[in-house]
Design a protein. Sequence first.
Length: 242
Amino acid sequence: MRKYFMTAFILAGVLAIATSGLALEKVAAPMNADGRSDAWDAGSTCSVRYWNTCTGWVWVWGPWADGDVVGLVLEACCPQGGVLDATSEYCWTGSLPGYGYTGTVEISTDNGSGCPGALIAQQSFLPASGWNTQLWGENVSGNVVLTVTHTNVNAGVIPDVITWASDHPAVGPTGPAACGFCYPTTRNANSFYYGNTGTGTFCPGSPAYDGTCDSAWLWSGFFSCTISVEETSWGAVKNLYR
C-alpha cells in the first residue's frame, strides 16, 4: 500500500490540521448550501445516510491514486428485502474534463465484515463536483457495500484531482466538536478505504478517522421496501445519525 505524506496547509483561507488514520491529507472546509441529500429521499421508502454536518464543517479528503477504493456500508433498512433505487455521493472536487478520470461505482453484498462481497451491479463513473446520483433498481436483501474505484488513465502524468467530502467529527475552525455533540461518540464506522487494486486491497477497511472519531462520507442510499417500514422503527434509527 502506498504511503501518503501528511501536511498541514491552508486552502481557501481555512487552516487545516492534517492528521489521519487513513494517512491521507484532509482539509477543513465550510459546507455550502447544497449540503443536502437528494430528491430520492421523498420517492423511496427509506434512505440510509450516516453523515451529519450540523456544525457546518466537512473534511475534504485527497489525493487519490489510480486503483484506490473507497466505500460505504449501507445497512439494510428494508427488513423483508426490497429494491435499491439509487445512491448519491458528494464529490467536493470533480474530475477535470477530457483527462480520462472515469472510474467505477459498484454495489456489492456485505461479506459479513463490512467489505464488498458478491458484485450486484456496477457503472462507469466520472464524478462531477457536488452530488452524483446513480440509478440502480436492483433487488437487495441485507446490507450492501457501495464502492468507488478511482481510475486515472494519465496516472503518473496528471494527478487525480478528485476529492471526497466527509462530515467533521473533530473541533472545526469554529464551533464545538461534532462527535458527542451532533451524534453519539459510539457511532459505528461505516466509511472506509479498502486499499488499492494494484497494490492490494484489504478487509476490514480503514475507517476515515480524523483524530477524534470516525468520519462518514457524504454518501447516501435510497431503498423501496417490499413491506413498508414503520416510521417509528426506522425513523428512530435514522435520528441517531442526523
